[in-house]
Every structure is written in structure tokens, then in C-alpha cells.
Design a protein. Structure first.
Lengths: 531, 267
């Protein structure tokens, strides 16, 4: 469980770092104090500079402040002075270091021993003419502003804490459920694949049967993908970033919903700006988010009584990232429910229509991508609008996986798993790939097999009845000193810190369930070509 | 009233300092107005420049002019410096070792800023000035009645106040207030000086300069010679809403700066 806990702390940090602040409130505070300052003295520019955790400064908000100022250089230059003013409190005024013939008036924003930052004014006012009265007023204003800013900070913190609560409770239940689903799901998918192959080979199979089994396979894979990406999160596996065309993904998802859209007579308007948007993200997760949002919109349309349902989807690029907006005309979400829609198990749908985890999951996935998701109600026509923001990322170049099997070698593989269905499945797919397989359902039987013969590879579940990966590895190593390069672990569990460390130290490969047959075959291929 | 401390016989501040204080009492006076007067006194202005450039203030760049000093350090800090320098000039007393006196004054002043920050008093600089001059009454005793005061000076600090009243019919807080009013100090200064030995009634008013001064004074004694504090005083300190260990850390963290300030003031 510790491991899960850790991943949530990481998530909280993530939320902390995403710039998801109530801009409007901060802006209101800023503007109202700018007005008050205007009563005290004349100035041409004003900037609110925030002190960051790492004792650096960043420009938070400004009016008439030189836009052309090279962003980091002047902040660095001023930071010594800012530090000093923050330490001393009050205000200072001196000839401007930034704008010729002007003066810098720097106010410390500090309250209850919190350094909140700096208010930097560019003023034509001669420092010599500043009166005592002005100086005292400035001190009071900066104190009141600090108070307001601190209050905003607390509000924001409260929001973050609330979100954290939501994510946390959902994560705990999810990891439990997913873990249970994991093994049976892998078997289902495996056997569906095998069945599909069988049916394809059988000439007497009807076209319908092939079609059915194909749909079954597709749908199973969809579930598998979800479980896979969820567990990846809980296991703190890094995102599998790839670069893809977001608009094409959306079009493809719409095809999946084609039947439903026609049936419900829903018109979908797509607005892609530009035509192709390259996104670097984990495609399975983004797909899941889009499916969740679309499903949500469809169900809202179904519930709404008005005719002529429409859904608008638009995507656009900004300097910092990509926005996806999905809006319907189904009347919108109750104002009182708006803040709850991302909470796990929150649903206004009837029991058969959803569990209420879809949106909370989407929220979590987007946050993991460093993005944010918001919802609000639109009027004219009334409907809900979801907006997803994903930050721009550097494209990752993934080494091209050799998919050709022509170099495939036949290997002697010992497969160890205590679940008979999985064991049988692994036996089958590996044999099909041309390997020689010996199976063992426990460490004891595995050791007996090893006494008599040698193997090129070992594939073992990380947790057998009474032993874990470390014990298994040490037991097998007695018989095979090259074990390190030959071992592949499989696991459906969440490995704790020491076990992960063990895998890392020994540079062992571990494949997380559920996985596709191809993934295992690829890994085996990799291992064989390495050795 | 002891005729020795009659208002007419009290020492006067140097003329320039008097003028600075007078202008500072006018909220509309500008940086220029104050700088103008200070500049008339060569030694005062150079002393002030020395102080603002000392490690105590530690501004990252050199402060070259008095007006620059005012716009950076603020009116209030300059008032404190003018007062510190003038008081030191006025009370050049050979009979006493004033090092300890000034050390206590500067540390109390720093502790006033410390309390101002803790208790969110908006005018940290004002608190500092009051801390710096709160014991000015003692200097008048030393100047006017060095022999009689020597006996008191040698007493343990906890009984000094009573001894003062016995000997002179008034204590240094009262005398300090008198001289502060003779010197046209702002009313809150006078009140804080007068009350800095009066035990505040509970609840402590955190925005009250007199209460702050009382505790800053006590805290400095606590830091320097905790063993001399009476149990009653200790329990008062324990009522404060922060850890006393913090005070010790704070005072030891500023030791170098205090020494530098003292050195500049004394030369």
C-alpha cells in the first residue's frame, strides 16, 4: 500500500505545480490595489512579482510594465534588491535599473512572516519628493495587499486539498479493483485471441462468427487498455509518450460512436484549428479521456428532452499547449453539481448508465500529463463545456521495434506461474512462436526441472504461493549463473519499493499484467538477441 | 519632583537633530526636506551614511547620499539614526561604560522589529526606533547624577527600578518620557518609553508599542542574562505566543550586525 501512497504524493506535487489558479480573483485583487496606489502617487507601470518556493522570483501579473523586458534577466538582476526589501519590509524608491529617467518603487509583500513577493512600480515621481505620508501609506497598502494575497493562497490551497482528497479516494478503490480484474482479463483476452486464430483456420466458420469474435476481441482489448493504463499509473510507470495527430484520434473515436450518434440523431460539429495537431502524450489515456467526455455528452443528450442535439468539439493550439473543448446543448450541469463532477462515484445518471468514475479518471489522467480539465455551463444554447488543456512536450523518439519475426529463434523456456489458466495460455502462445516450453506451477517444480535440463530463458510470475521474485531469483541462480540476462518476471501486483529496487539493482526485466501476447514475445525476442 | 531633573535643566538635543525631528513630525515633509537639514551637519550626515552602509542594513549597493538613504531605508529608520547619533553625542559620559548600554539598546531595537514582524505590526521601522531610545532616561541619570547612579548601576537589574525611585523620586522610564516630550517626540514614542516597565495587562495588545517595548526589553534581558530574571518575569515571557528558543536564535543570528552597528555609532 505504501507504494500507492507515494504515487499520490507525487500526484499532489503535480497538482501543486500546475498553474491552475483562480486568475480572475488574483486579477481583481491586483487591479483594486493598483487603483488605490494611483491615489497615492503616479506611476507608469506596475508588476506583481511572486516569490517562488525556491527563492526565485517570477512575474505574475503586470500593467504597463515593459513587455519588452527580457523576461529572466531583469528578474535575476533585481532579485538581490527584492530579497533585501523583503527582509526589511516597507518600500524603497531609487532611480530605475530598468527604465531610463524613471524610478523603481519597490514594495515588500510580506505578512505573518510569509514572503509573498514584491510589487514593483515604475514611476516618474522623484524619490526626493516622496513624502513621509506617502511612504507610510505605501507600507499600509502593501500590508493589506499581502493580506489579500495570503487569503487567496489559502483558498487555492483548499481547492488543491479537495482535489487531492478526490483523487486519493478514487485511487485506493481503483487499485484494488484493477488488481482483481487483471488476471482474469488477461486470460479472457488471451483466449479470445487464440479462439480467433482457431476460427480463422477453420474453413467451416461462418462469416458472422468471425465478425463476432473480432468484435469480442476489439472490445476486450479496449477494456485491457483501460486497465493497463490505470495500473500503469498506480505502479508509477512512466507515461508512454508518443507523438500522434490529435484530430485524427478524435475522428477515429467518433467513428466508434457513429452508430450511437445516428441513433440518437446527434449532430457533431468538428472545428480543428489547425487541421492537424501533433500531440505528445500517452495515446491510450487521451483516447480514454475523449471517450469518457463523449459518453458523458451522449448520455446528457439522451436525458435532455429538447430535440436537435448537437455536440461541438474543437481543438486549438496555443503557445503553451493544446486545448480540446467539448460542448453539448443538453442543458448543462446543475450549478451545485459543477464542482463535484470530477469526484469519484459522483454521478447523476441512473445506475445502469455509469458508475461515476469516468470523469474523475479523466481528470487524473490529464493531471498526470501535466494538464488540466475544467467544466462550466454555457448559455445560448444551454449546455456543458469541458475543456482539456495539455501542455506542449518535446517529442520523444522511440526506437523502432523490430516487428518482423523472421529473425525469431527457437528457445528453451521455463515458464513458472501458479495460475493454471495463465500458465496454459503462456504455454500456448510461446509454443506457437516456435519455442520449446516447460511449465512449472510452483518454485519447487521449477527447481526439479532445472536439475535435469538447462534453459535459454525463464519467465516467472513475481509472486508465487510462498515466494517472491527475489526468493525465486536467488533459488534459480544456484543452477544458472547467467540468470540475470535470462530472467523475465511477470506481475499483476503493485511492487513495493524494495522489490522495485531489487529489479533495478539486478537490471531485471518485468512485464506488468495485463499485457498482450505480442509484448511478451517482443521482450523474449529482445532478450534472446541480447544474449 | 527632583529639581535635578527639572525640564529646563534637561540636556537639549543638538539643533540640527531638533530640526530633523520637527520636520519628521510633519507627514507632508519629503525626502528632500529631511535630507536638506541633515546635510547641514557634516558629521551627522557622514555618520548616517556610515551606518546605512554598515552590515546591519546590508543594502546590496553602496548608498551614496543622505536622500538616497531616506528613500531606501525610510523616514523612520533615518529618524532612529539621527536620534541614536545625537543622543550619543549629547551624552558623552566618561564615568560609565556605555558599551553595554548601547548593546542593550540596539538589541532591544532589533527585538522590537522581531516582535513587529511576529505580531504583524505594520511599522517595523517605528518599532525599531523606539527600541533604540527606550532607555534614554538612564543616560540623563548618568549625566546629571553620576555618583548616585553608579550605585544603582551596580545593582542587580531586577531591583534597579525601585532604587531609582528611592533615590531620585522617579525612574528612568518616567525621566525618559519627560525628555522625549521635551524633545518633541511623537506621542506614541513618549507613551511607549514611559510604559516600557509597566507590566501590560492581559490580554497583551500586539499592536501596542508600549507592550511591544516592554517585551522587547524583557526578551533582551532574557537573552543576555536569563538567570537574573525573576520567576514572575519568566512566566510572563512564557505567555508569549512563540517559542523563546526562537528569540535566542534570532539574537545570535544578528550579533555580527549589532557589533558593526555599535562600532560605527561609537567611532
Amino acid at each position: 500500500m505504501d507504494n500507492i501512497q507515494d504515487s499520490y504524493y507525487e500526484l499532489v506535487n503535480l497538482i501543486h505545480n500546475t498553474e491552475q489558479q483562480p486568475q480572475t480573483e488574483l486579477h481583481d485583487v491586483f487591479v483594486s490595489f493598483v487603483r488605490r496606489l494611483k491615489n497615492i502617487l503616479n506611476f507608469n507601470g506596475i508588476a506583481l512579482i511572486r516569490k517562488e518556493v525556491k527563492n526565485t522570483y517570477s512575474l505574475s501579473m503586470h500593467l504597463g510594465f515593459q513587455e519588452a523586458l527580457p523576461s529572466d534577466a531583469w528578474l535575476n538582476e533585481m532579485s538581490v534588491v527584492y530579497d533585501w526589501v523583503n527582509k526589511k519590509g516597507g518600500s524603497i524608491c531609487l532611480p530605475s535599473a530598468l527604465v531610463p529617467d524613471q524610478n523603481d518603487l519597490i514594495l515588500a509583500l510580506k505578512i505573518y512572516q510569509h514572503d509573498l513577493g514584491i510589487l514593483h512600480l515604475i514611476t516618474p515621481q522623484d524619490p526626493l519628493d516622496i513624502s513621509q505620508h506617502q511612504q507610510i501609506c505605501l507600507t499600509y497598502i502593501s500590508q493589506q495587499m499581502s493580506r489579500s494575497l495570503l487569503y487567496l493562497q489559502h483558498l487555492r490551497q483548499k481547492e488543491v486539498d479537495l482535489q487531492y482528497e478526490k483523487v486519493h479516494s478514487m485511487g485506493l478503490m481503483l487499485s484494488g479493483v484493477m488488481h482483481e480484474l487483471n488476471s482474469p482479463l488477461m486470460s479472457i483476452n488471451g483466449y479470445v485471441e487464440l479462439l480467433q486464430q482457431e476460427l480463422n483456420l477453420e474453413p467451416s466458420t461462418s462469416v458472422d462468427a468471425i465478425d463476432y469474435i473480432q468484435t469480442l476481441g476489439q472490445e476486450t482489448r479496449r477494456v485491457l487498455e483501460i486497465v493497463k493504463s490505470m495500473l500503469k499509473y498506480v505502479r508509477k510507470q512512466p507515461l508512454e509518450l508518443e507523438s500522434f495527430d490529435l484530430n485524427r484520434l478524435i475522428s477515429r473515436i467518433l467513428n466508434l460512436f457513429d452508430f450511437q450518434l445516428k441513433q440518437q440523431q446527434i449532430q457533431v460539429h468538428l472545428e480543428f484549428q489547425p487541421k492537424t495537431i501533433e500531440l505528445v502524450a500517452e495515446q491510450a489515456q487521451i483516447q480514454q479521456v475523449m471517450i469518457n467526455l463523449l459518453t458523458n455528452a451522449l448520455q446528457a443528450c439522451e436525458k435532455s428532452t429538447s430535440a436537435n442535439h448537437q455536440i461541438w468539439i474543437n481543438t486549438r493550439e496555443s503557445a503553451t499547449g493544446i486545448y480540446i473543448a467539448l460542448r453539448d446543448n443538453a442543458g448543462g450541469i446543475e450549478e451545485t453539481d459543477l464542482e463535484d463532477v470530477f469526484a469519484p462515484f459522483f454521478t447523476t445518471k441512473e445506475a445502469e448508465h455509469g458508475t461515476g468514475v469516468g470523469l474523475s479518471l479523466s481528470h487524473k489522467m490529464i493531471v498526470e500529463h501535466g494538464g488540466s480539465i475544467r467544466v462550466w455551463n454555457e448559455s445560448e444554447p444551454a449546455g456543458a463545456c469541458f475543456e482539456v488543456f495539455l501542455p506542449r512536450r518535446e517529442a520523444v523518439i522511440k526506437p523502432d521495434r523490430q516487428t518482423g519475426r523472421d529473425t525469431a529463434q527457437s528457445a528453451r523456456i521455463l515458464v513458472i506461474d501458479n495460475e493454471p489458466t495463465i500458465l496454459k495460455y503462456l504455454d500456448m502462445i510461446l509454443k506457437q512462436a516456435g519455442h520449446q516450453i516447460v511449465v512449472a506451477d510452483s518454485l519447487e517444480t521449477a527447481l526439479i526441472s532445472m536439475k535435469n535440463q538447462s534453459f535459454d530463458l525463464f519467465v516467472s510470475d513475481f509472486f508465487l504461493d510462498h515466494s517472491n521474485g527475489k526468493v525465486i531469483f536467488e533459488a534459480l541462480e544456484v543452477f544458472d549463473t547467467d540468470l540475470r540476462t535470462k530472467m523475465i518476471f511477470l506481475t499483476g501486483a503493485v511492487l513495493n519499493e524494495p522489490f522495485q529496487q531489487f529489479l533495478q539493482d539486478q537490471k531485471l526485466k518485468c512485464l506488468y499484467k495485463p499485457f498482450y501476447a505480442q509484448e511478451l514475445l517482443d521482450l523474449i525476442h529482445d532478450r534472446l538477441t541480447v544474449t | 519632583m527632583n529639581p535635578l531633573f527639572n525640564i529646563d535643566t534637561l540636556p537639549t538635543l543638538p539643533v540640527i537633530a531638533g530640526q530633523v525631528l520637527e520636520r519628521l513630525n510633519n507627514p507632508n515633509s519629503s525626502v528632500q526636506d529631511i535630507a536638506e537639514i541633515i546635510l547641514k551637519d557634516q558629521s551627522l550626515s557622514s555618520k548616517i551614511l556610515q551606518l546605512v552602509n554598515s552590515a546591519f542594513y546590508g543594502f546590496p549597493k553602496r548608498i551614496g547620499t543622505v536622500s538616497h538613504a531616506i528613500s531606501i531605508l525610510g523616514f523612520e529608520t533615518v529618524r532612529g539614526l539621527v536620534l541614536g547619533v545625537s543622543i550619543l553625542d549629547t551624552f558623552k559620559i566618561q564615568e560609565f561604560d556605555l558599551y553595554l548600554f548601547w548593546q542593550h539598546s540596539i538589541q532591544s531595537a532589533s527585538l522590537m522589529s522581531f516582535l513587529a514582524e511576529k505580531w504583524n505590526y505594520p511599522r517595523k521601522d517605528e518599532a525599531f526606533t523606539i527600541g533604540l531610545i527606550h532607555d534614554v532616561g538612564k543616560l540623563v541619570f548618568m549625566l546629571k547624577a553620576p555618583e548616585a547612579y553608579q550605585d544603582i548601576w551596580d545593582e542587580a537589574s531586577s531591583t534597579r527600578l525601585e532604587k531609582e525611585t528611592q533615590t531620585f523620586q522617579l525612574n528612568h522610564a518616567d525621566l525618559g518620557a519627560q525628555i522625549a516630550s521635551a524633545w518633541n517626540f511623537p506621542a506614541n514614542f513618549i507613551q511607549a518609553i514611559q510604559a516600557h516597565h509597566q507590566k501590560p495587562t492581559l490580554p497583551i495588545q500586539q499592536q501596542n508599542l508600549a507592550h511591544m517595548c516592554y517585551f522587547a526589553n524583557l526578551l533582551d534581558h532574557f537573552v543576555v542574562q536569563p538567570e537574573l530574571l525573576s520567576p514572575a518575569q519568566m512566566s510572563e515571557l512564557k505567555q508569549l505566543d512563540f517559542d523563546l528558543a526562537e528569540v535566542n536564535t534570532y539574537v545570535s543570528s544578528i550579533q555580527d550586525e549589532v557589533r558593526d552597528f555599535l562600532k560605527t555609532l561609537a567611532t
